[in-house]
Design a protein around this ligand. Structure first.
Ligand code: GDP
Ligand code: MG
Length: 598
């Protein structure tokens, strides 16, 4: 039977250990793409992914491999992101698989996300095929890493594949191990249809395209389907697989990973994690679906042009289809007008959403500084959640502010433990414990405010440890905290979108840093602009932006037409990302200035 020849697997790894490159080699070796069509990081189809060299979205492809036993196998390979912000994408793709290739860099060894992702895979009972990659590097230590996989993760690594995605060594052996070690799917073909939606994307012509793993039954064009949670019903127009281009199929059956279209125009109907079944012969219960994701970071997104408000809403709705972790709701700001408060899983996620809105939907946006959600107890006993600093209640009405905390696990070589502890301490962390993983590697565990982790912690951690530290964290409740709201006044007017929350001990210092930074990023105008920072009515820092003098405004004289054009272009782009706030033009940079802590 065809089912016995199917292997569904995913590739998990810490970022940069070589997942995407291994996927490229597999596509080449199985001749899924011709040499002519081959380009690096083929599965990273978004421009953004290629430019940044990271995988953001999971991607599923079908390929065919003729093994040494002479049989041809059908592989469904699902590439997944490695960054901590996107681990929800990883868990979704794992639910569609029976096995996972675990890639570990032979020169770096096991890192925090290696552990986090492999645990996700083990939770789903997946069969793991360990691969030690980059053995071509002079600094590779494959035997050390093999031992590490056994000691730190607890997997049998005696048969771990030694590979180089760069030179192609070990790729064939890896495919053989996939055939022999990863089980075929075993769903009942005659049972009522059950298919798990793990991704979706909106296409102007075909409507919503669902990516799904068929768990039981068979589905084909013409079938009447029901989405079990939303109750919506549709007639299937097309089913198929990506290889990596879409290829139509007559049907998809239990064990298959593919796509389905049904002229679905109403994006509200389709949610990742929902189960597709037949309308006439429905399954009794939907599949378990996915753990709901909760955004950790919130920021305001505003169109630079107020007339684009509805376009922005439409763009967010479409993007949400393809990004189940994105949340948004309308908000208004006195300074910025109508926009949306959006929830993200982390800063990278926020960055990616903003860039996708700009590129894929042509939006020009102003984003406000991200904030976590504070849980505020009022003197009258009421509890309110505040994820927009400007909406922090009056000080006199607050009994207690609770801020979200995380358990942060930092994996680092011995030598850098001191540096890591220093940094955590400065970020208001409380030391919990330290665990030796092997002779030279340590897990340092801290209790830390989420707000300190999400901004620049990771960059600081990397630079303080020559890149050796890796980080993983999980939410761990809230703690009461002595926090204050700091308002910024431009030319005497409070700019709500610039308000931020800080710990009282750091308030003065941060306020001072920020007014100075604002002075640098807000362009001079023909009048003097005072910038003030205040807690309530009390001014705690101030400075002035001087008015410009006539000669500064004189036209740019530059002979080189190329340079002149560039200058003009730069000015134009700068202008677009500018908002008039009262009498002052405020550029995008200003809204982010409150983030930088030094
Ligand atoms: P991902 O983040 O896990 O998808 O990692 P990538 O596939 O993007 O690889 C990260 C970097 O490592 C890229 O610069 C690759 O060219 C490089 N790389 C991947 N595999 C190998 C390998 O086997 N040997 C060497 N020397 N470099 C590799
Ligand atoms: Mg990648």
């Amino acid at each position: 039977a065809r089912q016995a020849k199917i292997r569904n697997f995913s590739i998990v790894a810490h970022i940069d250990h070589g997942k995407s490159t291994i996927a490229d080699r597999i596509l080449e070796l199985t001749e899924t793409v011709s040499k002519r069509e081959m380009q690096a990081q083929l599965l990273d189809s978004m421009d953004l992914e290629r430019e940044r060299g990271i995988t953001i979205k999971l991607n599923a492809v079908e390929l065919h491999y003729t093994a040494k036993d002479g049989e041809t196998y059908i592989f469904h390979l699902i590439d997944t992101p490695g960054h901590v912000d996107f681990s929800y994408e990883v868990s979704r793709s794992l639910a569609a698989c029976e096995g996972a290739i675990l890639v570990v860099d032979a020169s770096q060894g096991v890192e925090a996300q290696t552990l986090a992702n492999v645990y996700l895979a083990l939770d789903d009972d997946l069969e793991i095929v360990p691969v030690i990659n980059k053995i071509d590097l002079p600094s590779a230590q494959p035997e050390v890493v093999r031992q590490e996989i056994e000691d730190v993760i607890g997997l049998d690594a005696s048969e771990a594949v030694l590979a180089s995605a760069k030179t192609g060594i070990g790729i064939e052996e890896m495919l053989e191990q996939i055939v022999h070690n990863i089980p075929a799917p075993d769903g009942d073909l005659t049972a009522p249809l059950k298919a798990l939606i793990f991704d979706s994307v909106y296409d102007d012509y075909r409507g919503v395209v669902l990516s799904m793993r068929v768990v039981e039954g068979v589905v084909k064009p013409g079938d009447k389907i029901r989405l079990m949670n939303s109750g919506a019903e549709y007639e299937v127009v097309e089913v198929g697989v990506n290889s990596p281009k879409p290829i139509k199929r007559d049907y998809l059956m239990a064990g298959d990973v593919g796509y389905l279209t049904a002229s679905i125009k109403d994006i509200q109907d389709t949610r990742v994690g929902d189960t597709v079944t037949h309308a006439d012969n429905p399954a009794e219960k939907p599949l378990a679906g996915y753990r709901e994701m909760h955004p950790m970071v919130f920021s305001g997104l505003y169109p630079t042009d107020n007339a684009k408000y509805n376009d922005l809403r439409e763009a967010l709705e479409k993007l949400q289809l393809n990004d189940a972790a994105l949340e948004f709701e309308p908000e208004t700001s006195q300074a910025l007008g109508f926009g949306f408060r959006c929830g993200f899983l982390g800063m990278l996620h926020m960055d990616v959403v903003q860039e996708r809105l700009e590129r894929e939907f042509n939006m020009d946006l102003i984003t406000t500084a991200p904030s976590v959600t504070y849980n505020v107890e009022l003197t009258d006993g009421q509890m309110v959640d505040v994820s927009n600093p400007s909406q922090m209640p009056e000080v006199s009405t607050i009994k207690e502010i609770n801020e979200p905390y995380v358990k942060a696990t930092i994996m680092v070589p011995n030598d850098y433990v001191g540096a890591v502890m220093d940094l955590c301490q400065r970020k208001r962390g409380t030391f919990i414990t330290m665990e030796y993983l092997d002779d030279y590697r340590v897990n340092v565990i801290y209790d830390m405010p989420l707000s300190e982790i999400i901004f620049d912690f990771f960059d600081k951690l990397k630079s303080g440890t020559k890149g050796y530290a890796s980080l993983d964290y999980e939410l761990d409740g809230t703690r009461p905290s002595d926090l204050v709201k700091i308002d910024i006044l431009l030319n005497g007017d409070k700019v709500d979108a610039l308000s931020f929350i800080a710990h009282r001990d750091f308030a003065q210092e941060r306020a001072r840093t920020i007014v100075v930074r604002l002075k640098d990023v807000i362009p001079r105008q023909n009048f003097e602009i005072p910038i003030q920072a205040a807690i309530g009515a009390k001014i705690i820092a101030r400075t002035n932006i001087k008015a410009y003098r006539k000669d500064v405004t004189a036209r740019i004289h530059t002979g080189d037409p190329d340079r002149r054009a560039k200058l003009l272009d730069k000015q134009k782009r700068g202008k677009k990302r500018m908002k008039s706030v009262g009498t002052v033009d405020v550029p995008q940079d200003a809204f982010m200035a409150v983030l930088k802590t030094d």
